[in-house]
Design a protein around this ligand. Sequence first.
Ligand SMILES: C[S@@+](CC[C@H](N)C(=O)[O-])C[C@H]1O[C@@H](n2cnc3c(N)ncnc32)[C@H](O)[C@@H]1O
Length: 221
Amino acid sequence: MKINTSKPIIIKWINNNTIKTAIHSNYKNAIIRKCDSISFDGPHIYIKNGIHYFIDSPKTYTYEEGVELSTLCTKPQINLYIKNISDYKSIGEIGIRYGSSSKFILDNNNNLSTLDLYEINENCIEIAKERLRDYSKWRIFEGDAEETLKTNNTYYDLVFFDCSHIYEIDIEIFKSLLAHIDDKTVIIFDDYYLDDVKHLVRDVQKMIPNNKIIYKQERMK
Ligand SMILES: C[S@@+](CC[C@H](N)C(=O)[O-])C[C@H]1O[C@@H](n2cnc3c(N)ncnc32)[C@H](O)[C@@H]1O
């Protein structure tokens, strides 16, 4: 992102984070800025009159346009971990933010039968629904994943766990996830550099010692 401005930049959160949503470095990209002009060199979210629009291409906006802009980390993360997403048929993504990884899965998985998305944040849900509107084979479970995971018992052969990044929250969500997996399920944890995620992965490895657990960006090797 390039920002050219001589005016002070006003930053405020675009959403009301509930106690159960985490704030970490990527999430902090959810900002609204007011400045002389602002250019995005890739996908971004454009907010006007409270409505969120997902823009796929680079664009420059002026202050006069009266836009409120938010740049978000819209790059899919899941493709950093998996060589061939088509190896998996039934996938659960826990924490989807704006559906970037969800969209990647839908675009690149020819064998997909089910993609279940779990998200608590209303703004994220709204944007993700809009982005994924033209796709099939996905459904979204809205609310705290600890609870919404209990509302169905779909089996997942792949889980992308990318949720609150707060140990105490994520371990409870993981316990709810246990009903959806067996020892063949592959589980990916994003953001392993965070202490809470390291703690989570350590405990999960003890709970399900036979599963393949990915937390390093294998595809990058
Ligand atoms: C890092 S983002 C997910 C990024 C997404 N997986 C991707 O690759 O683009 C984490 C998401 O988890 C959501 N989240 C946090 N706590 C949650 C909870 N208890 N239940 C469901 N979603 C939650 C947040 O609202 C946020 O959108």
